[in-house]
Design a protein around this ligand. Sequence first.
Ligand code: AHG
Ligand code: MN
Ligand code: MN
Ligand code: MN
Length: 335
Amino acid sequence: MSTKISLTRYLVEQQRVDGLIPSQLRLLLEVVARACKGISQAVNKGALGGVLGTAGTENVQGEVQKKLDIIANEVLIEANEWGGHLAAMASEEMDTIYVVPNRYPQGEYLLLFDPLDGSSNIDVNVSIGTIFSVLKKPEGLAGVTEADFLQPGARQVAAGYCVYGPQTTLVLTVGDGVAMFTLDREQGSFVLTQENVRIPQDTQEFAINMSNMRHWDAPVKRYIDECLQGVTGPRGKDFNMRWIASMVADVHRILTRGGIFMYPWDQREPNKPGKLRLMYEANPMSWLVEQAGGAATNGRQRILDITPTKLHERVSVMLGSRNEVQRVTSYHATL
Ligand code: AHG
Ligand code: MN
Ligand code: MN
Ligand code: MN
């Protein structure tokens, strides 16, 4: 019988091998994984757990919050605030940063998260997830402010997500490739089920919300139009389309079998670069995709090179199979 490698054993062995996971970071990742287990339990209860429907409040994004948005946010705050590994946290569901209270020791890491991604799918029983990103608190000044979070995605020290679907799967990188862990509910632990995840360089599958087509910029319209012309068109092959409207589920599919995911700028909100949030959606997903051999740009530059100016900054996202991302990015340079 092959030995099951738990998340804990994987992190300990990674630490021994490449030193990428200092003990405080290992604790952080284990605490986040445990919080995701708790969120998964709440998700699985659905109507039986009173977690469906809206909370009647609005978040800083101007979105009506679902009950599970708030529950997941609270689970992550409560799980992480006492451990001594964090200085502060930031969340899609909180206007500003949450500094670890003085009654607890402060650590050297900053944790950012989208506690519940795909909220529009909660009540219709479609896969949703949690996305997280870890930065180091800049050396020096005592205390921590929002400005400490405004680092480019290239400075992340860990990133991952947990997708609550037919399986609950945690996907993680610390800069040495991408590993996947499936929750063994009998043991209550995440078990390594794939490592060295690789995204095919080419694909015949794109993910975009087609209902926004009339609002897109010319380069995206050109790219999708060429895909839709199929084998007799300029691409010389037929394309399939998937759009789950949970970024975690669409990205998980791309990490598993390739594809390109796009949420581009559109003229519905011309002053916003896109719908998705840079710090706790685009950055962690972009690092995972790059660590798996894919690419991630905003149409003009590598997402991980963008220096944020605001905590809840939005960004246009094109990520996945490298050759497709490079193609649609090249169209932005010429159009
Ligand atoms: P969230 O539920 O955290 O607000 O994120 C939803 C995002 C992302 O998960 C998904 O890809 C996208 O919104 C779907 O947008 P549309 O509903 O406009 O297709
Ligand atoms: Mn939201
Ligand atoms: Mn989200
Ligand atoms: Mn969310």
